[in-house]
Ligand binder design. Structure first.
Ligand SMILES: CC(=O)N[C@@H](CCC[C@H](N)C(=O)O)C(=O)O
Length: 370
């Protein structure tokens, strides 16, 4: 197929972003495409909104798995593109539309050329949350395959098209979501002394939270605590009885995560006393770090040696990826694919260069053949 065909598929997928475990139209689109391939040597299995496609190799000496995530984000797209998202308030703002297209392109080539190794394509739901990798890994559907190694890619808006980047060891951080509710006595804006203002409680928490990394975490360890959402109040003249904050915790060392959670809980104890309120904390989805197996990173470099794709040594990133759970159980690695976008991941104007699709397909297929 030509690049134009992959661009069309990417644009179709871009228009139907769906949140984790609700990827029904996406799954149907992928299945419809997969049905157009020669079926003699492939087996297709679904798991929730995900899909496994197993392509039997000519030799079958090993099984190489490749994972692509398929969910979108709760973001209203502002790219102004002709093929803008048709789903209100949803956007493929993390490049999963490209990830899926590259997986379809690689699958097509693997099926048409019939490579030596068996290949398993894993279309995984809910990477952005609540996390599809761990339950998919534990599913009977995935356990039936004896996987020798698994790999995956993530688009990188900061790198030019034609490049890939990876490294041995830690690539992405440990992550935990963070949801906190504050409950107290609300009331009339003109009688603040009779209320316990939950907007103040949540704001004070946010200010104190900024000291966690600066003052409570060992400076030799890397960590990030960010609030991305704060909600309180209904109208201008009511002091709210409820506030909610949502955020994320990121650490490079697994042991720093429980330490940060403990610090947050200590801060909340203080907030409860000072603002005479009750708080509850929920850590949502937790992802294990992405830790690459050096042997496979080297094999990837070798697989690219006869291509024009440039391999760049990557740095650790504070991004999270539930693919980390797959790499905890299986050997393998993850790499960044340069897509050169002025706006970054999770931005409503993210606009990856589509020329990167062919680069991704070439990199994945070369690795699978190696
Ligand atoms: C590559 C990327 O952007 N991944 C997401 C993963 C989300 C993890 C989870 N929902 C959290 O926010 O902790 C990221 O935000 O890094």
């Amino acid at each position: 197929m030509t690049n134009a065909s992959w661009v069309k598929i990417r644009r179709d997928l871009h228009q139907i972003p769906e949140l984790g475990f609700q990827e029904f139209k996406t799954q149907q689109y992928l299945l419809d495409y997969i049905k157009t391939l020669p079926q003699e040597h492939i087996t297709v299995t679904t798991w929730k909104t995900g899909i496994f496609v197993y392509a039997e190799g000519t030799v079958g000496d090993q099984t190489v798995a490749y994972r692509a995530d398929i969910d979108g984000l709760p973001i209203t797209e502002e790219t102004g593109l002709d093929f803008v998202s048709q789903h209100e308030g949803r956007m493929h703002a993390c490049g999963h539309d490209l990830h899926m297209t590259i997986a379809l392109g690689s699958l097509t080539q693997v099926v048409q050329e019939r490579i030596e190794h068996n290949a398993l394509f894993v279309f995984q739901p809910a990477e952005e949350g609540p996390g599809g990798a761990q339950p998919m890994l534990e599913s009977e559907e995935m356990k039936q395959y004896e996987i020798d190694y698994i790999f995956a890619l993530h688009v990188d808006p900061k790198r030019p098209v034609g490049t890939v980047a990876s490294k041995e060891g830690l690539l992405f951080a440990n992550t935990s979501e963070l949801f906190i509710d504050f409950h107290g006595k609300g009331g009339h804006a003109a009688y603040p002394h009779e209320t316990k203002d939950m907007m103040m409680a949540a704001s004070a928490f946010n200010v104190q939270l900024q000291q966690v990394v600066g003052r409570m975490v060992n400076p030799l360890e890397d960590a990030v605590v960010t609030l991305g959402k704060m909600e309180a109040g209904t109208v201008q003249n009511i002091i709210p009885e409820h506030a909610r904050v949502e955020g994320t915790i990121r650490t490079t060392a697994a042991k720093t995560m429980p330490e940060i959670k403990q610090s947050i809980e200590r801060i909340l104890c203080g907030i409860e006393v000072r603002y005479e309120c009750q708080t509850s904390v929920d850590y949502g989805a937790n992802y294990f770090m992405v830790h690459n197996d050096g042997e496979y990173v080297e094999r990837f470099k070798d697989a690219l040696s006869n291509t024009s794709i440039e391999f760049i040594e990557a740095e650790e990133a504070m991004t999270g990826e539930d693919f980390g759970y797959m790499l905890k159980e299986l050997r393998g690695f993850m790499f960044w694919l340069g897509v050169d976008s002025e706006y970054g991941l999770h931005n409503s104007k993210l606009n990856p260069k589509e020329e990167a699709i062919e680069v991704g397909i070439e990199a994945v297929v070369n690795m699978m053949k190696s």
